[in-house]
Design a protein. Structure first.
Length: 168
């Protein structure tokens, strides 16, 4: 049951699928068409899931589900994940960059691994003011409250900015 994100409650569950590269406008349009087709028929234990999606910056696919109508079950979440993996293969882009750090330099979104992010911090190329994307948020309220795209110093990324290893 496809709906608009604006109609979903703050407690809607979200999943963020970050692509390692920006999609072209043609890819973005096709991705949205395919995910809309999937979400229109998404079910949990046979009941329709009231869901929505957003594609932010042509790079971050966000799937949302209203738990007040039908809470997605483990099986339905696994099914949605398989559908996203299929889209990863179709577009040749990994939507499962959980161990990657996505950050902004000006208007450009960059991606690196955690070790690379730490190295950039040591080199002084990024700091606590660097805008990062926190894909660990799970509630629509956090997205609406701008807890997804925020300064590194105000997110879990702050732990990557300073070395926890001190040599005596």
């Amino acid at each position: 049951m496809l709906t608009s994100a604006q109609t979903l409650p703050d407690n809607a569950r979200i999943w963020i699928f970050p692509a390692e590269r920006k999609l072209s406008s043609i890819e973005s349009n096709e991705l949205l068409l395919l995910i809309d087709q999937y979400l229109a028929d998404w079910k949990a234990h046979g009941a329709p899931v009231r869901a929505s999606r957003e594609l932010l910056y042509d790079q971050f696919l966000i799937v949302m589900a209203d738990p007040e109508v039908t809470a997605p079950s483990g099986c339905s979440i696994d099914d949605m994940t398989r559908a996203i993996k299929g889209l990863s293969a179709k577009f040749g882009v990994d939507f499962f960059g959980a161990m990657k750090v996505f950050y902004r330099v000006g208007d450009e979104i960059r991606v690196t691994d955690r070790a690379g992010f730490k190295a950039l911090a040591r080199e002084g190329k990024i700091d606590e003011k660097t805008v990062v994307f926190d894909h660990s948020i799970t509630a629509l309220s956090a997205l609406r409250e701008e807890k997804w795209e925020l300064p590194a110093g105000k997110s879990w990324h702050s732990s990557l900015l300073t070395s926890t290893l001190t040599l005596a």
